[in-house]
Design a protein around this ligand. Structure first.
Ligand code: ATP
Length: 587
């Protein structure tokens, strides 16, 4: 097939803004395309050479395109620059320039789609020293054989400016009409796309094997599945009602979504936008290799920044340091991560996307070895608003964004590529940012693990309630302690160790060691939140909830000048909570 067929179709598509007409032109093009290259034609119409997840960019710089055009047309670069300024479009400039050439010479060789595709592919994949010259030679060679119209589209394609406005859904409609017997086939074809993210492969299957082929379409390891997305509701009551009275509430971790594909010893990680992000997360790749026992699997997880010494989650901003191309090893050490797995879509030859959520979760639990850094998402079956709200507060306090409430009904399949009501997110509308430090009393401690064996891993800290003369727990803090602090604190707390909880301490948590309230430390937190497990100012904002400090960090200051009763008052936290409430922008 000649590239001129494509160029003519593009021209027609460009001449309309109506989606129906656009689709009709695309249908004509697809029908005229030989089945062997239909996948390539589909990629080309979207200005691509491969599905996005392959990560091959067509782009050459405008400057290089101008040089290639100069060589192919025998015109000066300055002349092309002027054309470009006039039309504002490099494709149009190419057409105008080559039209002048046509008046003087003849072109002989017709461009085939196959040749164009292969040359563009070579241009995209050429790298290293001498790449610019090679790309230029390849491109000018194509242009030398191109008609002015073909040159227009070739140049737009190669510079990443094709923009015909053909969305994925338009291609699916066109495929349904051209090869599926009509628009009604769109749903089936769309499902194939949702589980493969590869419009070219879908086009080839439907063109060659019709709808029967599409029905047999399989999930494949290393082809990302388009993610299932959730709706949002603002109250536990509405959520439970929508989900039929009960649901599996799950921590909504605040990190980056990862779709992990594993086959034997090979692992690829895809982002929410289905880009290959394996090179950013070699540590996550290793965790999947080591802790997923299945030979083949497609799993979903949230990747979260953590404090390796305490296992606590860290704020989303810390994970953002992992978005980089260079210095990856240093970033891995400075910002370690954990994977919280929340779905199993394919395992050892079985496609689970049509199974219910409880079945998928069972499969997931079977194939992961739980470690400090690889865990299934924490979840709880809830059937009343109070439990949902309590679990929500717990999730926030632990460092999550809120909850994902998931249907466990018969229809709770994995809706690839769709935002639906089977998953409902419950996030906060407001948050209360802390701007000031607080001084808290140490009332308990938890033994350390890993590098902190023999020291305290985290301290249980309290505010002072003057009215009740009680110390009320407000946070568990393990971050911000240097090695010398850890040693020093053990010494400072030693005289205050007691066998049982001090009667003036009000705590629902059970630390490994209790202390009499004496040592005061300065703490900086990110936020004050409601909490079902901390007793600070219990019931004053909401019945059954206390207040907690999120993401606490020891500042390094020992407030030995303060007695336990001089610690920050519980009432002050109430003021902080109320005074610093800020609306969170809607997402
Ligand atoms: P948001 O910006 O709220 O994360 P979103 O548009 O990216 O929204 P949604 O479907 O609305 O996506 O929310 C689900 C997102 O929450 C997922 O993309 C995933 O990254 C994250 N997430 C965290 N924990 C879970 C979990 N347990 N189950 C499903 N998704 C989770």
């Amino acid at each position: 097939m000649n590239y001129s067929v494509i160029a003519d179709a593009y021209e027609k598509i460009e001449s309309t803004t109506k989606r129906l007409e656009m689709t009709a032109s695309l249908v004509d093009l697809l029908k005229n395309t030989s089945k062997d290259i239909i996948g390539k034609v589909v990629y080309l119409t979207q200005g691509k050479l491969y599905p996005d997840f392959v990560g091959v960019e067509t782009g050459v710089a405008e400057k290089l395109a101008i040089k290639a055009l100069a060589r192919a047309s025998g015109r000066r670069e300055s002349e092309i620059q002027m054309e470009l300024q006039k039309s504002g479009d490099i494709g149009q400039a190419a057409e105008n320039i080559l039209a002048k050439r046509r008046q003087a010479t003849f072109f002989t060789k017709a461009l085939t789609v196959q040749h164009v595709y292969e040359t563009l592919d070579k241009i995209a994949k050429t790298s290293g020293s001498g790449a610019v010259d090679t790309k230029m030679a390849l491109l000018s060679g194509l242009l030398a054989d191109a008609s002015p119209k073909e040159a227009k589209y070739l140049i737009r394609t190669v510079t990443g400016n094709l923009r015909l406005g053909i969305a994925d859904m338009t291609v699916l409609d066109a495929l349904a009409i051209a090869y599926g017997g009509g628009k009604e086939a769109r749903q089936l074809i769309e499902r194939a796309y949702n589980i493969s993210s590869d419009l070219g492969r879908v086009a080839e299957v439907v063109a060659k094997q019709g709808l029967e082929g599409i029905k047999q379409f399989q999930v494949m390891v290393f082809e990302p599945i388009r993610p299932m997305l959730s709706e949002r509701l603002a109250s536990p009551e509405e959520i439970l009602e929508k989900l039929g009275g009960n649901c599996m509430a799950e921590y909504k971790y605040d990190g980056e979504r990862i779709q992990a594909h594993k086959k034997d010893n090979k692992v690829i990680l895809f982002s929410r936008r289905l880009e290959n992000i394996s090179s950013q997360y070699p540590d996550a790749v290793k965790l999947i290799k080591e802790n997923v026992t299945a030979k083949e699997a497609i799993l979903e997880a949230e990747c979260v920044a953590i404090d390796l010494e305490t296992g606590d989650m860290r704020p989303f901003q810390e994970l953002m340091h992992r978005r980089r191309k260079y210095g990856i090893q240093a970033a891995i050490e400075q910002y370690p991560i954990s994977l919280f797995l929340f779905d199993a879509l394919y395992v050892d030859g079985e496609d689970y996307t049509q199974e219910t959520y409880p079945v998928r979760r069972q499969v997931l639990e079977k194939i992961i070895k739980e470690t400090d850094q690889t865990k299934p998402a924490i979840q709880k079956l809830v059937s009343n608003p109070k439990d949902l709200e309590d679990f929500f507060e717990e999730a926030i306090e632990e460092g999550c964004e809120g909850l994902m409430c998931k249907s466990i009904g018969k229809d709770s399949v994995y809706q690839a590529g769709n935002r639906g009501w089977l998953w409902i997110k419950y996030k906060r509308d407001y948050k209360s940012e802390m701007t000031d430090t607080v001084d808290l009393v140490v009332v308990g401690a938890f033994h350390g693990r890993g590098k902190r064996v023999g020291a305290y891993g985290a301290l249980l800290l309290a505010t002072y309630n003057k009215e009740k003369d009680m110390f009320e727990t407000v946070t568990k803090c393990g971050t911000g302690f240097k090695d010398e602090d850890l040693a020093k604190i053990i010494g400072m707390l030693k005289p205050h160790v007691i066998a049982r909880k001090n009667p003036r301490v009000n705590s629902m948590m059970k630390p490994d060691v209790w202390f009499e309230p004496a040592l005061v430390l300065e703490i900086l937190g990110a936020e004050v939140t409601l909490s079902p497990i901390h007793t600070c100012a219990m019931d004053s904002i909401r019945k059954g909830s206390g207040l907690a400090i999120r993401f606490p960090r020891f500042t390094g200051k020992y407030r030995t000048d303060k007695s336990a009763e001089d610690a920050t008052a519980s009432e002050e936290l109430v003021q902080m909570y109320r005074g610093q409430l800020k609306r969170i922008s809607e997402k």
